[in-house]
Design a protein around this ligand. Structure first.
Ligand SMILES: Cc1cc2nc3c(=O)[nH]c(=O)nc-3n(C[C@H](O)[C@H](O)[C@H](O)COP(=O)(O)OP(=O)(O)OC[C@H]3O[C@@H](n4cnc5c(N)ncnc54)[C@H](O)[C@@H]3O)c2cc1C
Length: 511
């Protein structure tokens, strides 16, 4: 009996998506896959993307990557959540956190927030985030990895990272090449498809080399060279809901003093500004709508709102929010920007690469080739995941009282029915329901709903069971626990220095 030949996988593109795919496929396919990656140094990568959500830890763990080493090599810092400044605008100091981890703890059948809503309605002044250890630690610039264990009460803390995405891609490249991935440097000039079924047969490089494969992973960035250029998968444009279409990015020198363990997203007149602290620099950028703000004004606005010396000129980027209609078409699976783009408001792009890879592994074709049912299920799951994130992002823009034309235009625009249904449930009795394919948990939605000023009319009737004194005590205990957990954490900068300090960056100025 002869062995079936390994599936020839060709990854086109070597940005974060390409090298994440290469590393994971090399790790999990073993000898059933022969993996090649083609990338063009001349074209380069998008070069932004620094903030993540906690699921990235599962990806690194799956690859067996040591977390401290990864943070050292990628200039990484810890992230407890995102601070939103000026989004609802009920007052100039308006800010809230979407912290990872839990807020309070459940009691009986109900999550904490129903008791908190009742407590607040009865005059209680405890802030929702007083019961979140992550939000409290973030506010005080503290961090320690939670030492949760089977016999201990949960700390309620979860964390992600900020890191330099180009260093991460280089880190994963070393990992993938050590596990047999063959890299070819060269620009793909032509994609060759089979007449009978339209499958991609090979990609042709500028120097005439042809790279043939059974399965192609399109990681070519916004252009989607294979999935769109060759296979015309189509694109759902979501800019009627999320009209930002440009970004300006600039790194700055790290200011001395406290190192924030969170991303900051500050609302501006026609978009918002990110601030992502790394070990060797701070990543900053303005995401905006070109219909509402000119590029030169966007650059001025960004430069006027930095808290450190710029290390480069602002770099412009253009995008159209939306997703590829079929992320898997024929024998091409699109990952990363080739699969679509949503602004980095909740740091979801790298996560969507991760889940795309996980899904590809789940439906990886066997000897009999690609099954249409597998491909359809892959696309169905991708759509569910993307649309739920889209709705979550729209919520930030929809529920706001900001007066500028950009904000009024979005707040007044119709919203998807799926989001309208979520809002109606929450506005009634504070109910939050999570579909099976949704990324963000009820506690994520809760924080953004409350933070943006969405007010429920009531709470779940079961929250009326405790006596007022019992209710007071419960809310007080939840807040006390969160305070204790946060208070026991050391300073974030000190923790990093102790566990995972990176070597000093060779150049202060970014090119
Ligand atoms: C403004 C902005 C901010 C962002 N912030 C975040 C964030 O905070 N968190 C987050 O998770 N994500 C963020 N993202 C998204 C993140 O940058 C991307 O998801 C991630 O970098 C993956 O990009 P990619 O690998 O798909 O594409 P790219 O980085 O564009 O890589 C494309 C690759 O394809 C290759 N290529 C293209 N054409 C050819 C060809 N013809 N021949 C050969 N090779 C080719 C290129 O050489 C390159 O290697 C942000 C994106 C933008 C635009």
């Amino acid at each position: 009996m002869t062995e079936a030949p390994p599936t020839r996988v060709v990854i086109v593109g070597g940005g974060t998506a390409g090298w994440m795919a290469a590393a994971a496929l090399a790790r999990f396919l073993g000898p059933t896959g022969a993996i090649r990656l083609v990338e063009s140094d001349e074209i380069g990568t998008v070069g932004v993307g620094e903030a993540t959500i906690p699921q990235i830890r599962l990806f690194n763990e799956g690859l067996g990557i040591d977390e401290d080493r990864f943070l050292r090599e990628c200039q990484g810092t810890f992230k407890l959540g995102i601070e939103f400044v000026g989004w609802g605008l009920r007052s100039a100091a308006d800010r809230y956190t979407h912290a990872f981890g839990s807020v309070g703890r459940p009691l009986g059948l109900l999550p904490f927030h129903h008791y908190w809503l009742r407590h607040r309605a009865a005059g209680g002044v405890t802030d929702l985030w007083a019961a979140s250890a992550g939000a409290r630690a973030a506010r005080e610039n503290r961090f320690a990895r939670p030492a949760d264990g089977p016999n201990k009460p949960s700390s309620g803390v979860s964390y992600a990272f900020h890191f330099d995405a180009s260093l991460y891609a280089a880190f994963l490249r070393r990992y993938a090449e050590a596990r047999g991935v063959r890299r070819t440097e060269g620009r793909v000039s032509h994609v060759e498809t089979r007449r009978e079924d339209g499958f991609v047969e090979s990609v042709a490089l500028d120097d005439g080399e042809r790279v043939a494969g059974d399965l192609f992973v399109d990681c070519t960035g916004f252009r989607g060279l294979l999935i769109e250029g060759a296979l015309r998968a189509g694109y759902d444009d979501w800019s009627r809901w999320l009209p930002c279409d440009r970004a300006m990015a600039v790194p700055t020198a790290s200011p001395p003093g406290p190192l924030a363990p969170y991303t900051r997203a500050t609302a501006r007149e026609a978009g918002w500004q990110w601030r992502i602290p790394l070990q060797h620099r701070v990543g900053n950028g303005l995401v905006y709508s070109s219909r509402h703000l000119r590029d030169d004004r966007a650059a001025d606005l960004l430069l006027a709102n930095l808290d450190g010396e710029p290390l480069a000129d602002p770099r412009p980027l253009r995008f159209t929010t939306g997703r590829r209609r079929e992320a898997w078409r024929g024998n091409v699976v699109a990952l990363g920007l080739a699969a679509g783009f949503m602004e980095p408001l909740e740091s979801t792009s790298i996560h969507l690469i991760q889940t795309g890879i996980a899904r590809l592994l789940q439906f990886f074709p066997g000897r009999e080739g690609i099954a249409a049912a597998d491909r359809a299920e892959f696309n169905r799951q991708s759509e569910g995941e993307w649309t739920a994130i889209r709705d979550f992002l729209i919520l930030h823009y929809h529920a706001t009282e900001r007066p500028e034309p950009f904000w009024r235009d979005i707040a007044r625009a119709p919203i998807p029915d799926t989001l309208a249904a979520k809002l109606e449930l929450f506005r009634g009795n504070g109910r939050l329901v999570r579909r099976e394919d949704e990324l963000f948990t009820e506690v994520g939605w809760l924080q953004v709903m409350v933070g943006q000023g969405v007010e429920p009319r009531g709470h779940h009737p079961l929250a009326d069971v405790p006596t007022p004194a019992q209710l007071d005590e419960f809310v007080r205990l939840c807040a006390a626990h969160a305070g204790q957990v946060a208070g026991a954490m050391p300073d974030h900068r000190a923790y990093l220095a102790h566990h995972c300090a990176a070597a000093p960056a060779p150049f202060a100025r970014a090119s």
